[in-house]
Ligand binder design. Sequence first.
Ligand SMILES: [Mg+2]
Length: 240
Amino acid sequence: MALRLGCDLDGVLADMELALIREAERLFGAQVRNERPGPSSLPASMADLVPEELTDNAPLRHELQLNMRQRRKLWQHVRAIDNFWESLDEVEPGVVSRLASLAEDRRWEIVFLTRRPQTSGATAQMQSQRWLEAKGFRLPSVYVVTASRGLIAAALTLDIVIDDTPENCVDVASDSKARTIAVFRMQSPPPVVLQRMGIHLVRSTHECLDLLLDVDASLERQPGAIQRVMRTLGLKQPTT
Ligand SMILES: [Mg+2]
């Protein structure tokens, strides 16, 4: 039984955060970047960076000191950049081509899920497809999400969804039978809700791929036993 995966882009494969920091520094100067937030700093959030209608609360590795006016200006600026989404680096070098070769070898079916806003140039979907191709994933399926990821995971009967935003992970875990892997890169303790909902945590995307290989190897030994395999690996057993 081949795995059917949903995979988020920004924060899992693509480094949107670094690209936004780069653009913020270009607009407002290097002082907006705080590389080492003090221990008393609140955890940074994507809510600090994205327009309200696109709020995505993935934890950030850095902090940007931007006020509301600067955030709006940053997004106006980003939306005007031709094919901004194609300019991103990988969050972990080589991770896209590793995912591509594993998917081909293990016959995984993958849909990439993203909430990227449109920018100048090609559609966010096409920019994302080109970016994935350029990093080594041929013929990627990209879906630009406008509704609940949980409902999408349910409709597409996905086995596993990989995301770095706690809210998205909870959404998938509540609204679908898909198991959820959260890529949580921060040193701080992860939100308790993730563990409470049985969401599996990894510290990097490469670690996530190692876990998927374990799942895949177990499935090969016990075909059709995906629920048992997930339970063994500590992934959520669906209750619905
Ligand atoms: Mg993300």
